[in-house]
Design a binder for this molecule. Structure first.
Ligand SMILES: *[C@@H]1O[C@H](CO)[C@@H](O)[C@H](O)[C@H]1NC(C)=O
Ligand SMILES: *[C@@H]1O[C@H](CO)[C@@H](O)[C@H](O)[C@H]1NC(C)=O
Length: 412
């Protein structure tokens, strides 16, 4: 199985030749590449076309990174509720993830339809967040020398402060998915004052300690240097990886948009998910799949993947390990410091699936044991519920979002 992944990744450099030709061939046969409609493809276009009022803001972090944040309102609401809601996407995703299930189902739509003031930030490195005050992401390698730490101490605080400042509110309600679920624990571990700015925290399958992760792809990263060397050729600048337009994304976009009669490519499409997560046959609709792969993976730094590999290898939730000498300089200690998840004191409702191979139940329980303020730990009522089902599963509105909406109402 590992070879499939590697060959997918290695296809990248010759992408312009290979996938370019595949796309041409497909167009010739008139197969429906509906997602290739370049006129309606980004967050603002999709939501505005459906009649929502979407505003774009540019956020600049303390360390100079610039990203787009969207604010969405349903114009049919006579009054928009005061307390803002922020939905933060997961690794290799963007704000678009909360729209992938489509109107009436995606959490971005449901919350807007319930007349909330909904904000969608983008974490550094994805296609809505590839900008900087002084660094050029296309030419400066320095731009890409970040991992979860910078996302947690610069991006998340900048997002929260911006929204509170703009709305004049003292607190917001926060929903996160996967990596960003872990990020808020890292934010509060280093900057505990951010606990006071969130009234309710709803992490969906938060990725913190990954000791027991069963994800084939993540496990592959944990093999350390060798895999990272293998990945180098498929990066831009040796740093940016799995970006939109990369061979992997283009190939997945193509395979996942082919009609069902072409069973082979469809199997590769669900197989990719199976390698990252677990198999949950039939959970994600073909329509959602084609939306997802139009923008997933959305790009990140190789350093982020390298850090995730370290988390698996070292079995702890800790900062980047640079080796004893540099650790000493940076951390005044030969080993990398751990994040203290017990400092996250916001009332929390967390959701997890029994069949999540990325975030294992044992790691979830490790986290819960240390959290001082758990309102509810919800194990989703479907034995095959996996990680990505939280944002892409057809049953997410029924099995997950209905409860989220109840809690948001209590804390509005
Ligand atoms: C969406 O695409 C349009 C057309 O290319 C562009 O003008 C707009 O800035 C894009 N919006 C975002 C948020 O990137
Ligand atoms: C607003 O209401 C109209 C009439 O019911 C409906 O057609 C439209 O889709 C609604 N807009 C949104 C963004 O929900």
């Amino acid at each position: 199985m590992n070879y499939i992944v590697l060959s997918l990744l290695v296809l990248s450099p010759i992408k312009s030749v290979i996938s370019g030709n595949i796309f041409e061939a497909v167009k010739d046969q008139n197969l429906p590449l509906k997602q290739n409609d370049a006129t309606v493809n980004n967050f603002t276009q999709v939501t505005r076309k459906l009649g929502y009022e979407t505003t774009v803001f540019e956020i600049t972090t303390e360390d100079g990174y610039i990203s787009k944040m969207f604010r969405m309102h349903n114009p049919n609401c006579t009054e928009i509720k005061k307390k803002p809601i922020m939905l933060i996407h997961g690794l290799l995703e963007s704000a678009d993830a909360y729209l992938d299930l489509g109107p009436g189902a995606g959490l971005g739509y449901l919350t807007s339809d319930a007349c909330y003031d909904v904000w969608f930030p983008n974490i550094r490195g994805n296609y809505y967040a590839r900008a900087h005050k002084t660094l050029n992401p296309d030419t400066d390698r320095e731009f890409w020398r970040f991992y979860g730490q910078e996302m947690a101490v610069y991006d998340i605080p900048a997002f929260i402060d911006f929204v509170l400042d703009k709305t004049g509110q003292k607190q917001l309600n926060l929903v996160t998915f996967s990596l960003s679920g872990g990020l808020f624990f890292m934010t509060t571990s280093d900057k505990p004052e951010y606990n006071d700015k969130v009234s309710l925290y709803i992490p969906l399958a938060p990725a913190t300690r990954l000791k027991h992760s069963k994800s084939t792809l993540l496990r592959l990263l944990a093999t350390g240097g060798s895999i990272l060397d293998t990945l180098k050729p498929v990066t831009r600048l040796g740093e940016e990886i799995l970006y939109r337009g990369s061979g992997v994304q283009s190939l997945m976009e193509l395979l996942c948009s082919l009609p069902n009669v072409l069973k082979g490519p469809q199997t590769v499409c669900s197989g990719f998910i199976g390698l990252l997560d677990s198999f949950h046959p039939g959970s994600i609709s073909a329509e959602t799949d084609s939306r997802v792969y139009f923008h997933f993976p959305a790009g990140t730094s190789l350093k982020t993947l390298s850090w995730l590999g370290q988390l698996i290898e070292k079995k702890t939730y800790q900062k980047f390990d640079y080796g004893a000498k540099k650790n000493m300089e940076l951390y005044q200690c030969e080993t990398a410091p751990h994040y203290d998840v017990s400092k996250m004191t916001v009332p929390t409702v967390t959701f997890h699936g029994k069949h999540d191979h990325l975030v294992d139940s044992r790691d979830m329980k490790w986290l819960l044991r240390q959290m001082p303020n758990v309102l509810e730990y919800v194990v989703v009522d479907d034995p095959l519920w996996n990680h990505l089902d939280m944002v892409h599963g057809s049953d997410a509105p029924k099995l997950v979002y209905a409860k989220i909406m109840d809690y948001l109402k209590k804390y509005e």
